[in-house]
Design a binder for this molecule. Sequence first.
Ligand code: MN
Length: 227
Amino acid sequence: MADFVIPAPPVPSIPVAGGGAFPVRRVYCIGRNYAAHAVEMGHDPNRESPFFFQKNPNNLDSSGEFPYPPHSSDVHHEVELVVALKSGGTSIPLGQALDHVWGYAVGLDMTRRDLQAEAKKHGRPWEIGKAFERSGPVCPLQPVAKLGHPAAGRIELKLNGALKQEGDLNQMIWKVPEMISYLSEYFELQAGDIIMSGTPSGVGLVARGDRMDAMIEGVGTLSVRVV
Ligand code: MN
């Protein structure tokens, strides 16, 4: 063991349904993975190469509260299927990609849209808009052993009871095995890695006091209060 010169920070983790915790190593997030969302953000929905950004492992949060972040007046919800890997590697063939998945959850890729737009305009990285404190609310993981691999099913988000986002997992431009295989060509994937798989259309503003209710058919539900 290393002789740490300051106390070692805790291992980031997310809860597992029924007990236990899943340790998080990295968080990869895909951009524009549902055609209708690409269009609403002003982009061509054709199948260009996928692109990814990252959140920090300790940005994931399962407290049920999302603290409204500083320096933004345009914070958006993005409901996404969360994929958790139990193993990894490099150059993973498509046909073996799903063998690396431990489980799935419902998550939110909370976004400071104004800061992201500013970063895009100047060709800067997106972290300031995407990788801030508690920017990844997530429900407890469900194991593949229970769920299988959800390739279709309704995904939605309600804000204060009103439907804002809806789609189907089968509308993903890049499917889960494709994302795993693609990422493994550029990075060494490992156990504990998380992939947030993109959001359907209908992203929009949240404010303090709002309640976000996210649901993915066959995966779970996630309720978060903006505080
Ligand atoms: Mn997203």
